[in-house]
Write a protein that binds this ligand. Structure first.
Ligand SMILES: Nc1nc2c(c(=O)[nH]1)N[C@H]1C(S)=C(S)[C@@H](COP(=O)(O)OP(=O)(O)OC[C@H]3O[C@@H](n4cnc5c(N)ncnc54)[C@H](O)[C@@H]3O)O[C@H]1N2
Ligand code: MOO
Length: 434
């Protein structure tokens, strides 16, 4: 049963109509897209520190790029008309006096009349009158009475090796749009158009804790019946990769009052509170009840495997995400539900998961009713074609499947699985985590 409730920002209640049965993943995505609002205010950031931040303003070029016509090669700038005339005369080469030298950073100077060449270097501005650059490897120079002469091939087209002003970016062009997470090339572009600072969204503040009386910190001895907390470490790593500002609140026992108090406290100074474990239906699963009493669950129980009991809601004024405790389910639901939720809260533009259609090198059966994301990696078959291979156990408790996998393959909700040779959507982890 999917659950809904009245809500506080940042998740509006409007779209959370009650629904029977398991909620399809597509519907959960739609609800996140329409109901979750950005919560992060803008702040200034120096361009050298901006990689990984989310842009909060459009960046508009106030100058063309490049700002002037310039040489794409070290060589000699000439008039294309001089070369064309030599070709018309049947001459393979033309000899011209070299009247000037222009290096990168020099001004272009006065117009150059026909019948003259200019020594020029990559990035140097072309002087008026010359629009063609012949690379120096094709040129031969000679000294004649204090005058340098250059012999050039005539078979060079007008405009060769010229980079036009504005060919990369025109004045007034929006070079970066709000909502992008700045990659190295974006930072380079901001610098290229002269920016030293950018308006970005402040990082999303996320609090995280694990629930489970069986959990102990790594390094601690394990009493009978206990295991190490691994989810929190994987989840923290994924949240950092998504650009979040993290508070690690440790492990809580399966005790309703402790979980309620921790959620209440965390909601005060965080935008998003994430838990792992305790969202299923057992008597020891107290997270759902605590959220119900502090805000509300907007959805719970998706037609999804692994991760059916993943829960989205609000706690006081903060968004809430309850990840299922099974180690694979926690990471997969953080990727499938947490990622779009975090993107919306961060003010990031919509970034659907990147998918590559690839043939399966395995057969896998499933029951209809839940969309399944199985752990796969890419390899080659005997003919050298790229194929997907699947981990032998797809149990949501087998963390090794996530370690071996490089991504997930998406098996449709109504399907009964995949046969060897059929094409599947492959979702690589690395591209999902920028
Ligand atoms: N009767 C039912 N039982 C279960 C259902 C159900 O629908 N009916 N759903 C199953 C599914 S699917 C999942 S997924 C799990 C999720 O349950 P919880 O979120 O309540 O998780 P827990 O019960 O707390 O733990 C499940 C499993 O994972 C281990 N775990 C928990 N936290 C961690 C951690 N931080 N690091 C490593 N491992 C962790 C825990 O020890 C359990 O083995 O419920 C099914 N049950
Ligand atoms: O839906 Mo659960 O995550 O498979 O074990």
């Amino acid at each position: 049963m999917a659950v809904e409730s009245s809500s506080l920002s940042p998740i509006s209640a409007d779209c959370f109509a009650p629904s029977q049965g398991l909620l399809p993943l597509e519907e959960a995505w739609r609800r996140i897209a329409v109901s979750v609002s950005p919560v992060c205010a803008g702040e200034d950031c120096a361009v050298p520190q901006a990689a990984g931040r989310i842009l909060a303003e459009p960046v508009v070029a106030s100058l063309p790029m490049p700002p002037h016509d310039n040489a794409a090669m070290d060589g000699y700038a000439v008039s294309g008309a001089d070369l064309a005339a030599a070709r018309a005369r049947g001459e393979d080469r033309i000899v011209l006096p070299v009247v000037r030298r222009i290096a990168a950073g020099d001004p272009p100077g006065e117009a150059v009349p026909p019948g003259q060449a200019v020594r020029i270097f990559t990035g140097a501005p072309l002087p008026p009158g010359l629009e063609t650059v012949v690379m120096q490897e094709d040129c031969v120079t000679a000294q004649e009475g204090g005058q340098i002469l250059v012999s050039l091939p005539s078979a060079v087209a007008t405009g060769d090796n010229r980079r036009r002003a504005g060919e990369d970016v025109e004045t007034g062009q929006t070079v970066l749009s709000p909502g992008v997470r700045l990659r190295p090339a974006d930072v380079a572009m901001a610098a290229a158009v002269g920016r030293t600072r950018l308006r970005v969204f402040r990082p999303l503040r996320v609090a995280l804790f694990s629930t489970g009386s069986e959990l102990r910190e790594p390094g601690q001895p394990l009493p009978p019946g206990c295991i190490h907390d691994s989810n929190r470490y994987g989840v923290m790593a994924m949240l950092r990769a998504l650009g979040c500002d993290l508070t690690d609140l440790g492990i809580l026992p399966d005790k309703a009052p402790a979980i309620r108090a921790a959620l209440d406290g965390a909601a005060e100074d965080h935008d998003l509170v994430i838990t792992s474990g305790g969202v299923s239906v057992g008597e020891e699963d107290h997270v759902k009840g605590a959220v119900d009493s502090l805000g509300g669950l907007h959805f719970w129980k998706l037609a999804l495997k692994p991760g059916r009991p993943v829960a989205l809601g609000t706690v006081r004024g903060a968004a809430f995400l309850g990840l299922p405790g099974n180690p694979v389910s926690a990471l997969v639901t953080l990727l499938l539900i947490g990622r779009p939720l975090i993107h919306r809260l961060q003010g990031r533009a919509e970034t659907p998961l990147v998918r590559y259609p690839l043939p399966a090198a395995f057969t896998f059966s499933k029951k209809p009713g839940r969309q399944e994301f199985i752990r796969v990696w890419t390899g080659t078959d005997s003919a050298g074609r790229l194929v997907l291979r699947a981990f032998p156990s797809q149990s949501s408790g087998v963390l090794s499947s996530m370690v071996q996998a490089t991504g997930l393959a998406d098996l449709s909700r109504e399907g009964t699985g995949v046969r060897e040779g059929e094409t599947l959507d492959y979702i690589p982890f690395t591209e999902a985590l920028w």
